[in-house]
Ligand binder design. Structure first.
Ligand code: ACO
Length: 337
């Protein structure tokens, strides 16, 4: 199903006021992985672009990472948490089955006046979250929102499976978004897609209602992420190209108008291949997968925060976010920062 949201005309805009991110201190390098599975730095680097990933300790949970990123974004936006109306945490590695990870974040940052929920759209979660907030702020229903992408994927990684364990890392990124009736900046356009028929390409099956904890699993590996990487590779490139092209066409943007395209960091080769088809020069495509691996919903807000902090994106720049992941889901936003 497809939904497009045009944000060019409304009197109110959903403007990104602050960014923040957090990555656990512990690092797992490709060299470390050689001691765990039959792999090589050369294979991981050439096939994925990943060199290192940040991994949580047992004490570092998804809500902890999310709250740290949130505090950093609130400080950047100079906003008190008590002024937040809405908090969305995009995650597929929640704190627990319930309550939501967002509930723990609310408690941690003392956002007493917000309503909060988790959003499970895998790698597209942060983009879906921005699209939802765009609606609530443009309609003037709310004033301040916080969207967080936070994941602890290494906690559902099968460390004996070399095909998947080299790919993932942990982290969180956040943005504070404020309603504004001034200027041109804000979330300009969002486009979202899903294809539930392909749920089996990327999943983690236990312990939901299909495989409840009281029943023995037919395959003990179902507690871990399962990925059919080769199957989704080409599709990921195609969907990313389509979504960015749709953003450019709808918003009447040429390559020269765009400061940066920030893709979900799933594989450097996928990003490079999509960028080539879109005729995007290297300096307009941000890649930091070498440092973080794939952090699913967290990867775009972490990359965005890095770009802002490094001055690679400044106020007034046009930025496109694009993601593809489990569901299947894929989505994109156009932002004027
Ligand atoms: N080290 C060494 N060899 C390996 C490794 C490894 N870590 N992993 C696989 N191989 C071997 C395979 O066994 C295979 O050997 P064979 O030909 O003898 O059978 C060979 O390398 C090639 O395997 P492929 O799976 O075809 O490798 P490919 O080039 O497709 O790369 C990868 C695999 C990196 C997973 C790629 O397909 C990919 O990035 N896919 C999309 C990414 C993806 O699905 N990400 C998960 C999204 S889910 C989420 O984000 C939550």
């Amino acid at each position: 199903m497809h939904k497009s949201i045009d944000g060019r005309t409304p009197p109110y805009r959903a403007v990104i006021k602050g960014t923040g991110s957090f990555a656990p201190a512990k690092i797992l390098t490709n060299e470390d992985l050689l001691r765990m599975v039959d792999t090589s730095d050369e294979w991981i680097t050439t096939r994925t672009g990943i060199k290192r990933r940040h991994v949580t300790t047992d004490d570092e949970t998804t809500a902890f990472l999310a709250a740290e990123a949130a505090k950093s974004a609130l400080s950047d936006a100079n906003l008190d948490a008590g002024e937040l109306d809405l908090i969305i945490v995009a995650t597929i590695t929640p704190e627990m089955v319930f309550p939501s990870t967002a509930s723990f974040v609310q408690r941690s940052i003392k956002a007493k006046n917000a309503w909060v929920f988790d959003l499970a759209a895998a790698c597209s979660g942060f983009i879906y979250g921005l699209a939802i907030v765009q609606q609530f702020l443009q309609s003037a229903r709310y004033k301040n929102a916080l969207v967080i992408g936070a994941e602890t994927l290494t906690k559902i990684t099968d460390w004996s499976d070399r095909k998947s364990c080299v790919l993932f890392g942990d982290g969180a990124g956040a943005v504070v978004i404020e309603r504004s009736d001034e200027g041109r900046s804000g979330i300009l356009y969002s486009t979202m897609y899903s294809d539930g028929d392909r749920w089996d390409a990327l999943n983690c099956q236990a312990y939901g209602s299909r495989h409840p904890a009281h029943k023995q699993l037919d395959d003990p590996k179902k507690i871990y992420m399962q990925i059919k990487g080769r199957e989704v590779y080409q599709l990921a490139v195609r969907r990313i190209v389509e979504a960015v092209t749709q953003c450019m066409n709808h918003s009447e943007l040429g390559v020269d108008d765009i400061r940066m395209v920030i893709s979900h960091q799933m594989n450097a080769r996928i990003i490079e291949s999509a960028a080539k088809r879109l005729k995007l020069p290297d300096e307009k495509v941000y890649v930091n997968i070498d440092e973080y691996g794939n952090t699913s919903a967290a990867s775009i807000p972490i990359a965005f925060d890095e770009c802002v902090k490094k001055g690679k994106i400044i106020r007034g720049d046009i930025v496109i976010f694009v993601a593809f992941g489990a569901g299947l889901t894929w989505a994109a936003n156009v932002i004027e920062y």
